[in-house]
Design a protein around this ligand. Structure first.
Ligand code: ADP
Length: 399
């Protein structure tokens, strides 16, 4: 039975994920997700003590889905009440440089960041409000995707556009996946024996969304995503960097609106757009192995652009101790890691093919000998959110 139970909620625009941890030993007792919210196909899937369960939730939105999650938590008959509930919040703007306890004031602050993430923050806020109604006496905490990157200097976060757009409208680079980058960097210091006071790490979070971050002595100093998660690396369906002149060109040539272009760049681009086959790296790798040339080309564009960005981040750091791969692609795709490292020969990585195929040795290393370390470290964003939640609940109860 969970002795210090913390529930983590990731309330997205069309899906919802949850986990329940016992903070005494880090055991993830329960985890699950609800897919296709607000459609007739909405479905709750959860894993409890190693067993998978599903339950249809036709037509359910966030409120009904969280009520169903609550039913599961009640059935667990925990010995102790929930110690806290941690929420993933996508955008904290410049207001939130760390996780915060949710109060009326901080919730208004999160709502005020909605113009920066109109698809995500309102869904995050809804999740918080539903959980507040279900658990009025349990402390709740918000953990932001952007907070870790608030340490960027102006030279790294400013776009070269009129400063009034930054001052008056918050136009700047924010960066995302901060919880994941911070977690894998902390783990890298521990697992790879780096100096906690002085280290230079690049973390490459490669999932459906992809970003890479330069971390110096525990602080994010540069990252590939920008004002929105569209900037930077090639992703599953997102283009990453493009020439901003594309908008006018497509408007003139095809009569597309800005919304049309934005949708194309977010949904129909990246690996999907390049391969005309799939946004899924595993599918593309299998197709490329069977001789599908466009799948191979999509993979090569992905790796070329990733290597180029890693080179840029290394310049921001000034030196490189370790490159860490994480996320579904980073943790599982040995071919992608090998492809990228081959392009980074300038840094002198010595890839160990066997370790790479094995997804790393006991410390996650996939390189050997001299030169910077290359490693695989599985991300645990939910665990990081749970830890921050406990930290803030304890801080507040000690005040
Ligand atoms: P999300 O960003 O939605 O959390 P994930 O981190 O789960 O996504 O990453 C999904 C990506 O990881 C997909 O492109 C998927 O194909 C890829 N992936 C997962 N397992 C493998 C594998 N064994 N080989 C190659 N790619 C994989």
């Amino acid at each position: 039975m969970a002795a210090v139970p913390v529930l983590v909620i990731n309330s997205g625009s069309s899906s919802l994920k949850f986990s329940l941890f016992d903070m005494t030993d880090g055991h993830e007792r329960l985890s699950g997700f609800v897919d296709r919210l607000n459609t007739l196909n909405a479905e709750l899937t959860w894993h409890l003590d190693g067993k998978k369960h599903t339950r249809p939730l036709p037509g359910h939105g966030h409120s009904g889905a969280l009520q169903a999650v609550n039913d599961i938590v009640i059935q667990l008959a925990l010995n102790e009440p929930l110690t806290g509930i941690g929420h993933r919040v996508v955008h904290g703007g410049e207001t939130f440089t760390d996780s915060v306890a949710i109060t009326d004031v901080t919730l208004r602050g999160i709502e005020a960041c909605s113009n920066l993430a109109p698809l995500h923050n309102p869904a995050n806020v809804l999740g918080i409000q539903v959980m507040q109604a279900l658990y009025p006496s349990v402390p709740q905490v918000a953990v932001f995707d952007t907070a870790f990157h608030q340490s960027l200097d102006p030279e790294a976060f400013l776009y070269a556009v009129p400063m009034a757009l930054y001052r008056e409208h918050g136009v700047r680079r924010y960066g995302f996946h901060g919880t994941s980058h911070q977690y894998v960097a902390q783990q890298a210091v521990r697992q790879l024996g780096l100096d906690p006071e002085s280290h230079a790490i690049i973390s490459a979070h490669l999932g459906n969304g992809c970003s890479a971050t330069a971390i110096s002595d525990g602080f994010s100093i540069d990252t590939t995503m920008g004002m929105t998660p569209l900037e930077g690396l090639v992703m599953g369906t997102r283009s990453g960097d493009i020439d901003p002149g594309l908008h006018e060109y497509l408007s003139e040539q095809l009569g597309w609106s800005i919304a049309d272009v934005t949708l194309m760049l977010n949904r129909d681009s990246g690996l999907r757009g390049l391969s005309e086959l799939s946004n899924d790296m595993r599918t593309l790798t299998e197709a490329a192995d069977r001789g599908h040339r466009q799948a191979q080309q999509a993979i090569d564009v992905f790796c070329f652009r990733l290597a180029r960005q890693i080179g840029g981040l290394a310049a921001s750091l000034g030196r490189l101790d370790a490159l860490v791969f994480t996320g579904g692609i980073g943790e599982n795709a040995a071919n992608i890691r090998a492809n990228v490292l081959q392009r980074l020969s300038i840094f002198g990585f010595k890839l160990d093919d066997e370790l790479n195929q094995a997804q790393g040795d006991e410390f996650g290393r996939i390189s050997a000998g001299q030169g910077p370390i290359a490693a695989v470290i599985p991300t645990r964003e939910e665990w990081m959110i749970a830890q921050d939640t406990l930290r803030l609940v304890c801080d507040n109860s000690n005040q």
